[in-house]
Write a protein that binds this ligand. Structure first.
Ligand SMILES: [Zn+2]
Length: 429
């Protein structure tokens, strides 16, 4: 039996949490156990759940593997991640999703829930084997061509209709392909000054509007990946006001960084560490995204952890790969952007980073309140420290963090997966 002593559940008064047989067996004062985790000053949150992680396996094990990516997840306080389908081969069959799911079980650092591709080979031509993936051991419920947009309206409609049979959800990477050909950076003043091809907000917003209408038309569930513009927020707010079954996520980096980073980074302009899809937007967009996450228009935070090897990032802007790692810094960035600003309390953070993403992914044993009888999926977090981000200290196989040298608040001290610590004293167990 493990006892966590003096943890502040969701930031409340200090309590002891007793864990037995993988469950929370008692919450109170003066509890005893065989193993004691001292948690003075630490906040206890339900284990974090990520709807959007790129683990890169199979195919790009030089960037990340299920083993290294789930270690990074545990270090970031996550007890479950959804692994995106844009691997090589693509996760578009029962065989591939079961392979990823099994690798997650073997690694054991957190639960791995494979996302199934919507279309075969992410080619946008034919629906993948959605039913077979749903029925597989991996029990896929989230389907996405992430990295690419399901731009064909007929295919998108069919996918939305198909997933209804097993209460699945289509997670759309909203990017109108013709409007973003060769696009490099948010279309605006900064892209103009830097001479980089603009990536207009309308390319995201047009797809979101269309998909909300399609989801309403067929009565299905739509999830919008990595919302990045104020206009997208308005459309999602409207769709929700209609009672349509639309959910949305925002990444930590879109809550903190703007396109001006590409112009004014510490090492000069055109630093491709800031190149990401969708692109960093403006301060007005960041403000709208924060407000939308606070008022629930955007349901959750998802990392879009996108590891790339050095040679794919440290090159000229136009040639560099798009993406940033984010698992190990997500909670700190959310504290900086949402808690320090007074927009969310710790209960709100738990809701947006654990409860709601688990619900959207239809996970049964994750995202549950820290109550007696619940699975002991717990993150212990110290919000009081502030440390500069050091990429060399990270456990992800890749180093492409945009926060290097930035001082961020907070530190994950322990992560507990069904009663078993995966991280203790800020180190992997
Ligand atoms: Zn994406």
């Amino acid at each position: 039996m493990i006892v966590i002593r003096n943890a502040r559940i969701l930031g409340g008064e200090p309590r002891d949490i007793l864990i037995a047989n993988g469950l929370i067996s008692e919450i109170g004062a003066g509890l005893g156990g065989d193993t004691v985790i001292e948690a003075d000053g630490l906040i206890a949150l339900p284990g974090l759940v990520d709807l959007h992680t790129h683990l890169r396996e199979p195919g790009r094990e030089d960037a990340e593997t299920v083993e290294t990516g789930t270690r990074a997840a545990a270090m970031g306080g996550f007890t479950a991640v959804h692994a995106m389908a844009n691997t090589s081969p693509v996760a578009d069959t029962a065989g591939v999703v079961e392979q990823v799911w099994r690798r997650g079980q073997e690694a054991g650092h957190c639960d791995v829930h494979p996302v199934g591709a919507v279309t075969s080979g992410l080619e946008g031509k034919h629906l993948a084997e959605l039913g077979a993936m749903a029925d597989s051991q991996a029990r896929v419920r989230v389907f996405s061509d992430d990295g690419k947009c399901v731009s064909d309206a007929v295919l998108m409609r069919r996918a939305l209709e198909y997933v209804k049979a097993f209460d699945g959800v289509v997670a759309q990477h909203a990017q109108e392909p013709r409007l973003t050909e060769g696009a490099q950076l948010n279309e605006g003043e900064v892209s103009g000054r830097l001479g980089l091809t603009g990536w207009p907000a309308v390319a995201e917003e047009a797809i979101i509007a269309r998909d909300c209408l399609l989801a309403a038309h067929v009565g299905s569930r739509l999830h919008v990946c990595h919302v990045s513009t104020a206009g997208s927020v308005e459309i999602i707010r409207w769709a929700k006001s209609k009672g349509w079954n639309v959910t949305a996520e925002v990444t930590p980096h879109h809550l903190l960084l703007t396109d001006s980073c590409a112009e004014a980074s510490p090492v000069g302009p055109y630093n491709p560490i800031y190149k990401v899809n969708p692109p960093l937007r403006t301060q007005e967009d960041v403000t709208a995204l924060r407000e939308a996450l606070a008022d629930g228009t955007i349901d959750c935070v998802a990392t879009d952890h996108a590891p790339h090897p050095v040679e794919d990032k440290e090159t000229e802007w136009a040639a560099a790969a798009m993406g940033m790692i984010g698992l190990e810094t997500a909670l700190s960035v959310v504290q900086e952007a949402m808690v320090e600003t007074g927009l969310l309390d710790w209960a709100g953070v738990a809701d947006r980073m654990s409860v709601r993403p688990a619900r959207i992914g239809r996970l049964s044993g994750q995202g549950l309140p820290l109550e007696v009888g619940a699975p002991a999926n717990i993150t212990l977090y110290d919000p009081a420290v502030r440390t500069p981000v050091d990429p060399t200290a990270m456990v992800s196989r890749s180093r492409n963090t945009p926060y290097e040298g930035l001082t961020l608040p907070g530190r994950v001290v322990a992560t507990i997966l069904r009663g078993r610590p995966t991280v203790l004293d800020g180190k992997l167990v």
